[in-house]
Write a protein that binds this ligand. Structure first.
Ligand code: SF4
Length: 70
């Protein structure tokens, strides 16, 4: 499953991701994002991609695990 990840070394707490993905991201008392559920369902991927593209600090990304091959 694809999941949302936050690079804390980049995030500036603009809070834009919580506005664009309110069902998945909230903010703490300092304005930094809190992921309610990092797993992103297929139907939510377009909105998640828009949030990733809009992050002004390039801190938000989508990760899809790559299966290990033998
Ligand atoms: S939009 Fe980007 S920089 Fe702003 S709070 Fe979300 S992850 Fe952090």
């Amino acid at each position: 499953m694809t999941s949302l990840e936050i690079d804390w070394t980049r995030c500036d707490g603009h809070g834009l991701c919580s506005v664009l993905l309110p069902t998945r991201v909230g903010v703490d008392e300092w304005g930094f994002p809190v992921l309610h559920d990092p797993d992103v369902a297929e139907a939510d991927l377009p909105a998640a991609r828009r949030a990733v593209a809009a992050c002004p600090a390039l801190a938000l990304r989508l990760e899809t695990p790559v299966p290990l091959s033998r």
